[in-house]
Design a protein around this ligand. Sequence first.
Ligand code: ZN
Length: 323
Amino acid sequence: MSDQTQKVAIGLDIGGTALKAGLVTSDGVVITTSSLETQATAGVEHVLQRIIGLIQELAAQAQGDGRSVEAVGVGVPGTLSRSCGMVIAPPNLPGWRNVPIVKRLSEATGFRITLDNDANNAALGEFRCGAGRGVKNLVMLTLGTGIGGGMIFNGRLWRGAYENAGEIGHTIIYVGGRTCGCGQQGCLEAYASATATVARAAERIESGEASTLRELLERGDALTTKRIVEHAAAGDILAQEVWEETCRYLAVGCINIQHIVNAERIVLAGGMSAAGEALRRPVVEAIERLGSRMLGDPPEIRIAELGNDAGFIGSGLSVFEPV
Ligand SMILES: [Zn+2]
């Protein structure tokens, strides 16, 4: 098949702040990309029209290049039903309750639409084209506002009996611990997400502990994990302790994953993974320190490679997956 007639997918990643999309081949090669602000506060219909516009724009580009669009793969955050084609209650898209997104998009564009959780699609993207290349079994943790998860076993996404597998952020690491957004207490996410890391640092500073981060707070600048890592590297003890704790909690998460699934590789993705070695190294060291010999070979820990593109690339690739 010549390149000019190769089938492509339109991959879409629907986030609370941005809609990212691209034309993706079945090998994960990105032909072109496009993105828009989500404008989520303007309501469901407004966002749906923006998504439809993006699909039509990319479809026109594909047609102009003489390529045939196989289908549109869509990734959304939070609760959804793949089998019903419904978005049920995504945390970052206000008002999106029980939206039949597959029906709406297929009626408006004429394309076949596939729907999945954004963390699943991002894991598929990294598995095929990024930090997951070369293995068959992979778990990916997406570290950001929350902690998302995606699991690939024997080369296929594992979704579970009711499509809710991989919610590693809501595994409990501390009985009776901090309250999580999901309603449980002591979730990994309530300790080791970017939000939780910033909250732990802010609580200690507000209680009067010394830190170079205090200046930042007093200036009204936002406290972020990026800043915590920077201040830790510059020698601030509080920032070092908070970051070290985050990495230790993540190591506990990885040890738990490993005892259950024995993956070849765990990929750390999401905004916090921009810390690179400053994240990977302490997590690996804490796994070595805290993990049992029963683990056997510890999992290989890698930082994701595709950044924010993993979602739409994986959404595109999902179109070519066997059902
Ligand atoms: Zn939770």
